[in-house]
Design a protein around this ligand. Structure first.
Ligand code: HEM
Length: 571
């Protein structure tokens, strides 16, 4: 074959060049397609009165401005563009809400429009069993059913309000009154006696106590010779053990776990959660925002998604199968038993094993690292503020004494600890951005127009650090809750660590309870100190990447016993 300049080229070289040319034309074509697509959309939006927002780039829009920690970037942008901000994320129009007032509008006045639908993504289709379960499901019958099962049987939020009304007003009119009620409610919730899980509740309470004490003992053992202890690993293990015990009666970490036949799957499951967290915004999600990009990275990412899915699937199917094969005489021992017992009443086609597994997966992901990261952030603040830590310990000694360990029934009286926890929820919300919602029809917020299918993101991080609401918002100051009575139940829109509206966290009671109980147990049984040579101001406060806002670097502490030795011997 002869080239244009007269030199000869081989067939394979020609084919190589030809392939490159085709690829190049393909890529250029793709970008032209994406560009025209976005152009058409932006012409549509020009006729609307949209909220202000930063100028974006062609094709990617404002995606690159989100950076590694989108909640921080969005908080900074909101200072410039206001509490309602419009961003074009690739082809997806997005509104970011950064004030309590606007959050109320979304969660309360227009909740019926926004809560009913989550954006449909490929990740949701593959990893969330085609958007079944709770987190991603649209608010249709299936969601309502699953939600009812979860909230009325597992974490009865309704009882929370009743209990609050029933509380005698014996704690004075102080701003901390709600805290006492809240803790009592949590306590009541775990003692809930009308549930089919009546017997299981008592068992879970015991499990919770045992798991927390086992974590404390392991920390004391590790630190007994003055070694630095990494609490974060232990807290994650506790979180997984607690959730998997409650859901299907197994624990995968600590001394007992090595005997577990499912240890391997648990490890695989944990690895998967870790790789998903570190999978990065751009590999996993860019494709969801840019039409056509899906084709470019689909091979790599689809492969990863299917791999993760298979790990889950194997793990959860084995659990379901195992529970089905149990003799019926054992009764309802755990959440899987409960759901399977209800499944027989379900319409077969609508409520399949896929629904059961999707719910389990949501409860597992929702109930583990949220809790452990929140405890770690709280402890980190307490290491920076020894005076607050000592005050919590003085309260514990006063309420519990030094001759026994804390019990869940003590929580109701630990008012100062509750204020500390609330302040930690405010300053370090582990879900700093609520999962995106989508408007079902065109609507208006704050006088601005929103086309239908606009994505709405509530920036809890910005709201809970808003200087218009909070004095000295970056300071860790539990006493601020003596001056104001903001609640975390989703009714006070300046403090929404569990979200609000129809999509409020289904594990609110449980989450509060276990965060408080773990902190109480750790601070009562252990003296914590910073590694030698480290000052309070040196404690690292950097936020890391991940769906549940981990610390960038784990907290390291020295751990020594603070109760008489005979108390530990009895454990
Ligand atoms: C410190 C503890 C926790 C925090 C801070 C927390 C926070 C949240 C937030 C902010 C939401 C709402 C997200 C949104 O509006 O998009 C949520 C939803 C959810 N949470 Fe939690 N959570 C915690 C513990 C738990 C626990 C213990 C469980 C279950 C065992 C759980 C299960 C869920 C589920 C299933 C949803 C989705 C509810 C729905 O969409 O209907 N969470 N959580």
């Amino acid at each position: 074959m002869t080239a244009m300049d007269g030199s000869s080229i081989t067939l394979s070289t020609w084919l190589g060049q030809h392939n490159m040319l085709t690829t190049l034309i393909g890529i250029v074509g793709l970008f032209v397609y994406i560009f025209l697509n976005l152009l058409e959309k932006s012409i549509d939006y020009k006729s609307l009165r949209l909220p202000p927002g930063p100028q974006g780039w062609p094709v990617v829009g404002n995606l690159l401005q989100l950076g590694k920690l989108p909640h921080q970037a969005l908080t900074d942008l909101s200072k410039q563009y206001g509490s309602l901000m419009f961003l074009q994320l690739g082809s997806v129009p997005t509104i970011v809400v950064s004030s309590a007032e606007m959050a109320e509008e979304v969660f309360s006045t227009q909740d019926h429009l926004f809560a009913s639908s989550r954006p449909r993504t490929l990740t949701g289709e593959i990893l969330h069993y085609n958007n079944r379960g709770l987190i991603l499901a649209p608010l249709r019958d299936q969601w309502r059913f699953v939600r009812r099962v979860a909230s009325s049987n597992l974490f009865p939020v309704k009882r929370l309000e009743q209990f609050q009304l029933e509380q005698p007003n014996d704690v004075g009119r102080g701003e901390l009154q709600w805290l006492t009620c809240k803790a009592a409610v949590v306590y009541e919730a775990v003692h809930y006696t009308e549930s089919p899980l009546k017997t299981a509740y008592g068992g879970w309470q015991e499990v919770r106590r045992e798991e927390i004490l086992s974590m404390v003992k392991r920390a004391l053992k590790e630190g007994h010779d003055g070694s630095v202890v990494q609490l974060s690993k232990k807290l994650h293990e506790l979180a997984y053990n607690h959730t998997t015990q409650m859901l299907f009666g197994k624990s995968y970490f600590g001394p007992k776990s090595m005997k577990s036949e499912n240890y391997k799957e648990a490890k695989a499951f944990q690895n998967m959660v870790a790789s998903l967290s570190s999978g990065g915004f751009f590999t996993g999600q860019l494709r969801e925002f840019i039409p056509g990009f899906r084709k470019l990275d689909s091979d790599v990412w689809d492969w990863k998604l299917w791999y993760f899915y298979r790990v889950y699937e194997r793990f959860l199917s084995a659990i379901v199968k195992d529970h089905r094969q149990r003799p019926r005489t054992t009764g309802i021992q755990d959440v899987v038993d409960l759901i399977l017992s209800l499944q027989t009443e379900m319409h077969r086609r609508q409520r399949t094993d896929e629904h059961v597994k999707a719910l389990l997966k949501d409860l597992m992901t929702g109930g583990t690292e949220t809790f452990s990261n929140q405890v770690e952030w709280t402890l980190t603040e307490l290491m920076r503020h020894p005076e607050i830590r000592q005050k919590v310990q003085r309260e514990l000694d006063f309420v519990v004494g030094k001759d026994r360990v804390v019990e869940e029934s003590d929580l109701a009286r630990l008012k100062y600890l509750h204020a500390v926890v609330k302040e930690s929820f405010r300053l370090h919300p582990v879900l700093p951005l609520c999962a995106p919602m989508e408007s079902t029809i065109a609507t208006k917020i704050g006088g601005y127009e929103l086309p239908s299918k606009t994505r709405v993101v509530i920036n809890l991080y910005a709201i809970q650090r808003d200087p218009k609401i909070w004095d000295n918002p970056l300071a860790f100051d539990p006493d601020r809750f003596r001056r104001r009575s903001s609640d975390v139940k989703g009714e006070d829109f300046e403090l929404l660590p569990f979200g609000a509206g129809r999509r409020i966290c289904v594990g609110l009671n449980l989450g509060l309870s276990i965060v408080q109980f773990t902190l109480a147990q750790l601070l009562h049984t252990c003296d914590l100190a910073l590694p030698i040579g480290m000052k309070c101001d040196d404690v690292d406060m950097e936020e890391g990447c991940g769906p549940t806002m981990p610390k960038a670097r784990p907290l390291q502490v020295l751990v020594t016993p603070r109760l008489p030795l005979r108390v530990y011997k009895g454990l």
